[in-house]
Design a protein around this ligand. Structure first.
Ligand code: HMH
Length: 225
């Protein structure tokens, strides 16, 4: 009831409070360059190879959130939302392989760059059973929301996204994925509303860390330019 006073959930409040960092993560120069059609294809290729490595590390993290949802949640529908996320990663890995071959990228030769290694170790740290479900699911939401928001922006009506990148943008920018992110956000809001202060503080710190890591991840696309 309390959160309804101003109609905003905790997440919406955090996005407002940390607007400049949220914007840095979702309106990064790499994303802007896709949207205005000036994207450097070697940057796109670098991002694609790195993101495949990231998604492989993301799978066990999402599985760990699913396990926490089964053990800790007060609402049995949480598990289904987590399972939906895990299932879509199955398609995503197949898509990466197909897309990489289209661009002539050999995924097995792709070496993770340092920002990617840092992000993957952060995911690993969140898999510990010491990390509360509320904190882990906040990270899960933030990771997905940054991509949803960034790529949906590239598909807005006035965008000049190159035709050959539209499918990539639609992977994360599509409406269905947007709705799924909203379901996840509702779960996070519900959990945060009931959580002790100490857990809420941890979740906020994790949210901010995800945003920083996302900025560094996009920055990798510029290596060597
Ligand atoms: C770096 C990064 N963040 C978020 C997502 C969303 O799944 C992704 N594929 N890669």
């Amino acid at each position: 009831m309390e959160e309804k006073k101003d109609g905003l959930g905790v997440i919406a409040k955090w996005v407002k409070k940390h607007a400049s960092l949220y914007e840095a993560a979702t309106r990064h120069p790499f994303i802007e360059s896709i949207r205005n059609g000036t994207v450097d294809i070697s940057s796109f290729r670098r991002w694609l190879g790195q993101d495949y490595i990231f998604v492989r590390a993301f799978v066990p993290f999402v599985a760990s959130v699913l396990v926490k949802a089964c053990n800790e949640t007060d609402d049995s529908s949480d598990m289904e939302v987590m399972l939906g996320g895990l299932a879509s990663l199955n398609d995503e890995l197949a898509w990466f392989k197909k897309e990489a071959s289209k661009w002539g990228i050999t995924l097995s030769d792709t070496v993770p760059l340092s920002a990617n290694i840092r992000y993957c170790s952060f995911l690993k740290s969140l898999m510990s059973s010491e990390v509360e479900y509320t904190v882990a699911v906040t990270a899960f939401w933030a990771i997905e929301a940054v991509y949803q928001d960034s790529f949906a922006y590239c598909l807005e009506e006035d965008s000049k996204t190159p035709e050959e990148l539209k499918e990539t943008c639609a992977r994360w920018g599509n409406e269905e994925f947007g709705e799924w992110c909203c379901s996840l956000e509702e779960i996070v809001n519900r959990r945060l509303q009931k959580a002790p202060d100490e857990v809420v503080q941890k979740a906020e710190a994790v949210f901010l860390r995800v945003l920083e890591l996302e900025v560094e991840f996009w920055d990798m696309s510029r290596v060597g330019i």
